[in-house]
Design a protein around this ligand. Structure first.
Ligand SMILES: Cc1ncc(COP(=O)(O)O)c(C=O)c1O
Length: 419
């Protein structure tokens, strides 16, 4: 296998990953939104992995947990089928308790479907509710993997403007009406209201409420991606769309990837039971790992999740502050950004004084990988933004990487900023 040739083929057809090509060598990876390894609860997971095998034995290694002795018992048989399509009931029970506590709504296990990461959860929602030609609304900069699923489904994807306060609800209404005027049925809205990807902005309460009114009025399913919602380093939490929903149209995707560890590959969608059934109906695989789902159910039952989230937030708050100080020192007047209250990223807008076409190659020469904003735009039109991920690199690496990025940006300056 020639990895360079294979990379080129996959990059041409697959989701947008790198720019311009991964620099060689990559000394500073400020590109990917990957969690910090030192936050992974390795000891707890090691202990729970063994404990589950001791208590549950081979059942933990099955497709599903055959929780009955009598094969004739049809009801129990059907229950195991349901567990296959929705995921291990014990984990869905724990998630229901966790979500009931925080969302101010009652949830039960049947309000959840487990998936191989929230990416698969998003794909299930798109496949369940969007038919070819249907309209889908996304924020003007959004999660490329989600957009790709919509395109693969041959949806008519339209962008809704965002600003420093997230979704522009007036533009949302305009886009819905324009879609209808074009004879396209708006079916689904995919939004990341808290610590939006890639901008890290938050949509305030009034806009959330208006968005839900529009969804209800036009009967549009809302898929709220809450993967960064718990990574809050300061400020008051805002009610999620799911917690505000009275129509049953909101589905929320979430998962353990950013708050515990991505290799668990456990995500979920939470929402109205009928909607969850819709997702189960398009499931093509045989579910998530029983063993890992049981481990995470035990992790939650031991009360470990919330303290763990508090610990990771301390790590990332510090890292965010380090990144901000380094950007101010090394990129100075050449970039502008808002300080995010959470999430993994700084969304840097480059000053006009910088020759944008030079930034990528110069950063690559300095060994820095950092993602250009256009990679997140459905229509690919907006340049001059860089998304800097501060979550993964160690503090020392972060500072040296931002110094190298700053040197690249300064060397691409056409004239001093402001001249
Ligand atoms: C906005 C957003 N949603 C979902 C995901 C997917 O996470 P996972 O499939 O690991 O749960 C990511 C990962 O980067 C993301 O940025």
């Amino acid at each position: 296998m020639d990895p360079v040739a294979l990379y080129s083929r996959l990059a041409a057809n697959g989701p947008p990953l790198f720019f311009p090509d991964p620099p060689s060598p990559v000394t500073f990876n400020l590109d990917q939104g990957i969690p910090a390894e030192e936050t992974f609860p390795v000891e707890d997971l090691k202990r729970l992995a063994g404990q589950i095998l001791d208590t549950d034995g081979p059942r933990a290694l099955e497709y599903i947990s055959f929780g009955y002795e009598d094969d004739e018992d049809r009801i129990l048989y059907l229950a195991t089928y349901i567990e296959l399509v929705l995921g291990y009931t014990g984990l869905r029970d724990e998630l229901a308790k966790w979500m009931t506590g925080r969302e101010g709504r009652e949830f039960g296990a049947d309000n959840f479907i487990l998936a191989s990461g929230s990416v698969q959860a998003i794909a299930l929602a798109i496949n369940a509710f969007v038919d070819p030609g249907d309209g889908v609304l996304v924020e003007a900069a959004s999660f490329p993997y989600a957009i790709r699923y919509m395109e693969m489904r041959e949806a008519d994807v339209r962008s809704v403007a965002i600003d420093s306060e997230g979704v522009d609800v007036e533009d949302l209404e305009r886009q819905i009406l324009a879609m209808k005027a074009d004879g396209v049925r708006p079916k689904l809205m995919y939004v990341i209201p808290t610590f939006q990807l890639p901008t890290c902005v938050q949509t305030p309460l009034a806009r959330r409420e208006r968005l839900l009114e529009l969804a209800e009025e036009h009967e549009i399913v809302v898929l709220e991606d809450n993967i960064y919602g718990d990574l809050r380093y300061e400020g008051e939490s805002l009610p999620t769309l799911l917690s505000l929903d009275r129509s049953g149209l909101v589905l929320q995707s979430h998962g353990f990837s950013k708050i515990v560890a991505p290799a668990l590959r456990i995500g979920w969608v939470c929402g109205d039971e009928k909607m969850i059934e819709g997702l189960a109906g398009v499931r093509q695989d045989l579910g998530v790992s029983q063993w890992l789902a049981r481990m995470m159910a035990a992790f939650m039952a031991e009360g470990k999740l919330d303290p763990h989230i508090a610990m990771v937030n301390d790590v990332y708050r510090h890292r965010r502050d380090t990144a901000i100080a380094a950007v101010r020192e090394h990129c100075g007047d050449f970039v502008r950004f808002d300080v995010p209250q959470g999430g993994f990223y700084l969304w840097l807008e480059l000053d006009d004084a910088v020759d944008w076409d030079q930034v990528g190659p110069r950063a690559a020469e300095n060994g820095v990988m950092c993602r250009p904003g256009e990679r997140f735009m459905a229509d690919g039109d907006s340049r001059r933004f860089l998304r800097l991920a501060y979550s993964h690199a160690s503090e020392a690496e972060l500072v040296r990487g931002i110094e190298a990025l700053g040197a690249a940006i300064r060397s691409a300056a056409k004239a001093p900023a402001g001249n």
